[in-house]
Design a protein around this ligand. Structure first.
Ligand SMILES: Cc1ncc(COP(=O)(O)OP(=O)(O)O)c(N)n1
Ligand SMILES: Cc1nc(C(=O)O)sc1CCOP(=O)(O)O
Ligand SMILES: [Mg+2]
Length: 209
């Protein structure tokens, strides 16, 4: 199982880029301090998803930043990416681990009782889904909040990724509560200056660990 030592995780969203060039947004975010990227495409057919993934991987390889694919195992594997993120409506982490043992595998935790399942156990990191409610993804079940992070932290040593309405102003509190990594969509993708936005969040993280 690869170590997951990342701190600032960009989850891409073409729409959230608000018309800015997708690849420039990602490159700027990496220059600002993003150290892992997930490509999340809900509208693209598999062929186009793979094409965009390969293009993004070529860019990220120059910075030695790993690329994770959301949901689609075939794209993640054919794109020779670092791994995959799945939630509870996707192919299960247990099935993925059997087919792709060396992948970086992320799993979304939506209930406390999922923490002791084999799906959580085979993952490399656990995403608190969502830490705060967000307009970017509305089909969520709970809101972990800071108390939820503290609770999950007390029960597991797995790396915890906080996602959902994460931005510069709450970054320090989320890290202090016990998250290892912050995952961000709109606070970086929708910023006028994604490099600066990433740098400010990264600085908050570094000050808080
Ligand atoms: C880092 C990270 N955390 C959580 C999610 C959400 O995954 P999931 O619950 O499968 O929902 P979708 O992203 O597929 O809508 C994520 N993608 N990344
Ligand atoms: C992709 C995603 N997954 C979530 C989850 O709760 O599992 S929330 C989310 C979107 C997070 O966007 P923003 O940083 O703009 O709030
Ligand atoms: Mg999913």
């Amino acid at each position: 199982m690869p170590a997951f030592n990342h701190k600032l995780y960009l989850v891409t969203d073409q729409q959230a880029c608000l018309g800015k060039d997708f690849f420039k947004v990602v490159e700027s975010a990496v220059k600002g301090g993003v150290d892992i990227v997930q490509i999340r495409e809900k509208e693209l057919q598999e062929k186009d998803f793979l094409k965009k993934t390969l293009q993004l991987k070529e860019l990220l390889d120059k910075y030695n930043v790993p690329l994770i694919v959301n949901d689609v195992l075939s794209v993640a594997m054919h794109g020779r990416t670092a791994g995959i993120h799945v939630g509870n409506s996707d192919l299960s982490p247990v099935m993925i681990r059997m087919q792709w043992p060396e992948s970086v595998l992320g799993y979304s935790l939506e209930h406390l009782d999922q923490l002791s399942t084999s799906n959580a156990m085979v993952a490399d990191y656990i995403a608190l889904s969502p830490v705060f409610a967000t307009p970017t993804k509305q089909d969520t079940i709970i809101e972990w909040g800071l108390d939820g992070i503290i609770k999950v932290r007390s029960l597991t040593k797995y790396p915890l990724v906080a996602i959902g309405n994460v931005h510069a102003a709450n970054a320090a509190a989320i890290i202090h509560a016990g998250a290892n990594c912050l995952a961000v969509v709109s606070a970086i993708c929708s910023a006028d200056d994604p490099e600066k936005a990433a740098a400010v969040i990264r600085n908050e993280i570094e000050k808080s660990i």
